[in-house]
Ligand binder design. Structure first.
Ligand code: PLP
Length: 239
């Protein structure tokens, strides 16, 4: 790794931490409450290995193949690994047990597949329920109205534990445009937390990305998933 790249990552992480601290200060929150997830999709193992030495709390991967490759290369070091992308059911067995938290569980079918695989492995898999908070046809996640049924279904599975909620709101056209979606997520989160169901512990509210994590923090996010602001613009290899 060249020293310039190391310096680049280090400065970016420091800048993200400063933005997080300011957002927490403005919201009267303790910065220690909010975890920084480095969204490392498309970043190679060496870059991830460097980032693992920096002040980030965990990594989030979107693609199963990348996750497996970097995991096998021990790129994540001691940092926990979350899965944050769309998970096809035929790839569930590669992610269960490897990711400490699967954040993007956005259908009952996927929940059932994860529960079955975790049972097979003899483990309890931690998950977040993904909410399609903008009601967009192009996005994964369950409708907000379907959350109660989903939680009840999860509560009946001994092999999964729901640790909270995750969302990707519609791409914001103007600064602040995502904030009402974050606020709705917070309401869903608080409502769900008030229900006491077995295997459901509402601890994590994962929302906010490079462009809008301050708004997410203002509305109660305690995991922010940041890619571009840490690694720079992504370049997707031509396949
Ligand atoms: C890529 C990605 C992010 C980070 O997005 P940036 O805008 O690059 O910060 C966050 N969450 C998910 C689910 C992602 O796929």
């Amino acid at each position: 790794m060249n020293p310039e790249k190391t310096e680049f990552l280090k400065n970016n992480v420091a800048a993200v931490r400063a933005r997080m601290a300011n957002a927490c200060l403005a919201a009267g929150r303790d910065p220690k409450e909010v975890l920084l997830c480095a969204a490392s999709k498309t970043q190679d193992a060496d870059t991830v290995r460097e980032a693992a030495e920096l002040d980030i709390d965990l990594f989030g991967e979107n693609r199963v193949q990348e996750l497996c490759q970097k995991h096998e290369a021990c790129a994540y070091g001691a940092k926990p690994l979350h899965f944050i992308g769309h998970l096809q059911t035929n790839k569930v067995k590669q992610v269960v047990g490897r990711a400490v938290l699967i954040e993007s569980v956005g259908s009952e079918h996927l929940l059932d597949c994860i529960a079955a695989e975790a049972a097979k492995q003899g483990i309890c898999q931690d998950i977040l329920i993904e909410i399609n908070i903008g009601g967009e046809a192009s996005k994964s996640g369950i409708a907000p109205e379907a959350l109660n049924a989903m939680l009840e279904r999860a509560a009946a599975c001994g092999s999964v534990r729901v640790r909270g909620l995750m969302a990707i709101p519609p791409a914001a056209e103007a600064p602040g445009a995502a904030r009402p979606y974050f606020a709705r997520m917070r309401c869903l989160f608080d409502d769900a937390r008030c229900r006491s169901l077995p295997n459901v512990q509402m601890e994590y509210l994962s929302m906010g990305m490079s462009g809008d994590f301050e708004d997410a923090i203002a509305e109660g996010a305690n995991i922010v998933r940041v890619g571009t602001a840490i690694f720079g613009a992504r370049s997707y290899p031509v396949k």
